[in-house]
Write a protein that binds this ligand. Structure first.
Ligand SMILES: Cc1cc2nc3c(=O)[nH]c(=O)nc-3n(C[C@H](O)[C@H](O)[C@H](O)COP(=O)(O)O)c2cc1C
Length: 314
């Protein structure tokens, strides 16, 4: 039992992070049915598609699940309205200012868990009544901030005592979950690990490319413009980074990157798409069911926690 399992009414302290173009009803319901909490990724999706995915997920699980809203999405207001209408269990909010959305969502009975990049915003979220926060280190796949998971845990966890702090970024094993719990975190959010789930509907080329990747294969595009995105190195990232190094404007780079995650996740183009995945790549070597992934992580975490008591430094 952790503050996260209590907050969401779930068995294991594991959230599957929202992933635009990827985390839909099949994956989300499988995660929730296996004892974690699945999250529908709405980024780039039409609100009607989101409505259908919420309804489909409800048919496939009676367990809690969430919806992720990317706050730079032009559809964000319609999505928030839809979520309030359908009263999903919880919402994760990233890439923008979550404050204006806290009260309306909570008044509709929805728990709100913003993704925060630093201590200042973490404190502001706690003061304003957020139900929990997610801190996401730059080891993560997708859009990233500029602090590592270890630095975020060190800086933030001891100072946020009233609400659960969920940790993301580079966590793909049970030992990492155990480490987060020992650091005082309430649980983890994982994205990359679930890309290799059998139930994950991402294009099979993405799964194959991740299985073939090693620790040094991810790169970050856009970091110098405060718009970092981590994914596997390919033709697209080489072109982007060459332009970025040459000093191309934010507009030129944004235009080059627009729509690229769909190109990889849906169309399966491994050279021209943005193949977003985190840095902890070596253990990602096999496709397994969501249940196998979660059971394996929980088993390994419990083993690590049990043996931790024997590691006493004298
Ligand atoms: C392919 C991919 C797509 C993602 N899309 C989103 C998104 O749409 N919204 C969001 O808040 N986070 C997104 N993320 C971040 C995840 O929700 C999660 O926080 C992150 O994957 C955790 O780090 P990990 O990749 O090392 O597990 C994405 C991550 C990946 C790998």
């Amino acid at each position: 039992m952790t503050k996260l399992t209590e907050l969401l009414g779930i068995k294991y302290p594991i959230i599957q992070g929202g992933m635009a173009w990827i985390s839909e009803s099949t994956l989300v319901s499988a995660v929730s049915n296996a004892g974690g909490a699945g999250v529908i990724g709405t980024g780039g999706g039409d609100p009607e598609w989101v409505r259908e995915e919420i309804m489909k997920t409800r048919k496939m699980t009676d367990k809690p699940f969430g919806v992720n809203v990317v706050l730079m999405d032009p559809n964000k207001d319609r999505l928030i309205e839809l979520i309030c209408e359908l009263k999903v269990d919880f919402v994760t909010l990233g890439a923008g200012n979550p404050l204006p959305y806290l009260k309306p969502l909570q008044e509709a009975g929805i728990k709100v868990i913003p993704v925060v990049p630093n201590l200042k915003l973490a404190k502001r979220m706690e003061e304003n009544g957020a139900d929990g926060i997610i801190i996401e280190g730059m080891e993560a796949g997708g859009h990233i901030g500029n602090q590592t998971t270890m630095a975020l845990m060190t800086n933030i966890i001891p100072r946020i005592t009233g609400i659960p702090v969920i940790v993301a970024g580079g966590i793909v094993t049970g030992r990492a979950l155990a480490a987060v719990l020992l650091m005082g975190g309430a649980g983890v959010q994982m994205g990359s690990r679930f890309l290799l789930a059998r139930e994950c509907q991402v294009h099979p080329n993405v799964k194959e490319k991740i299985i073939g990747a090693t620790d040094t294969d991810s790169v970050v595009t856009g970091f110098s413009r405060n718009f970092g995105v981590r994914g596997l190195r390919n033709k697209f990232t080489d072109e982007y980074l060459a332009l970025e190094t040459a000093g191309a404007s934010f507009e030129v780079l944004s235009k080059l990157a627009a729509g690229r995650s769909r190109v990889s996740a849906v169309e399966g183009d491994m050279e021209n798409g943005s193949v977003q995945v985190g840095q902890s790549l070596v253990p990602l070597n096999k496709i397994k069911s969501v249940r196998e992934i979660i059971e394996e992580i929980v088993g390994e975490a419990n083993e690590a926690l049990a043996s931790a008591a024997r590691i006493i430094i004298q």
